[in-house]
Design a protein around this ligand. Structure first.
Ligand SMILES: [Zn+2]
Length: 160
């Protein structure tokens, strides 16, 4: 017998379309899961308004659950409890760091310019870094430069 816990476990294998090491569960995107008379209802919280990845996420979750034998799958975008970057799990933060991305700082720091300008470098852990471009390759990321490593890196932007 399948249950919601098992479904959530499966969804740990569905990766963020843009960050292949980070699962949607660890990103904090997967909300409530409900199993009703053989139908599955999954809520997802979009990370960034207009983030094109949401469509892909929906498709990936549907495909996985179809493959697991559920014919009737509903993935609904929910704004009930809006996503914020504090919902990224510790496992997710670790995955981001290994991928070379600085994880977003926790808490409501979006207006704290010092935190944004001195993001901890995922390579060396130093904070001798500088914000180069608040708009990276996607809306979700910013580009920073580490003066110690002499290399650029990306940060998954904090979002509250
Ligand atoms: Zn560095």
């Amino acid at each position: 017998m399948n249950n919601e816990t098992e479904i959530r476990k499966w969804l740990e294998d569905v990766m963020d379309p843009e960050i292949p090491v980070l699962s949607l569960v660890d990103l904090g995107v997967v909300g409530d899961i409900e199993l009703k008379e053989g139908s599955v209802f999954v809520e997802i919280r979009p990370t960034f308004v207009g983030c094109p990845a949401t469509t892909q996420m929906k498709y990936d979750i549907e495909s996985l659950l179809h493959a697991k034998g559920f014919d009737d799958v509903h993935v609904d975008i929910s704004y009930k409890s809006p996503w914020n970057s504090d919902m990224i799990t510790d496992k997710g933060r670790e995955a981001l760091r290994k991928f070379g991305f600085a994880p977003p700082p926790k808490g409501n720091l979006i207006d704290d310019i010092d935190v944004l300008e001195h993001v901890e470098c995922p390579q060396c852990g130093g904070t001798n870094t500088e914000l180069q471009n608040p708009f990276g390759p996607t809306l979700c990321r910013s580009i920073h430069y580490c003066h110690d490593c002499k290399e650029a890196f990306q940060q998954f932007k904090p979002m509250n």
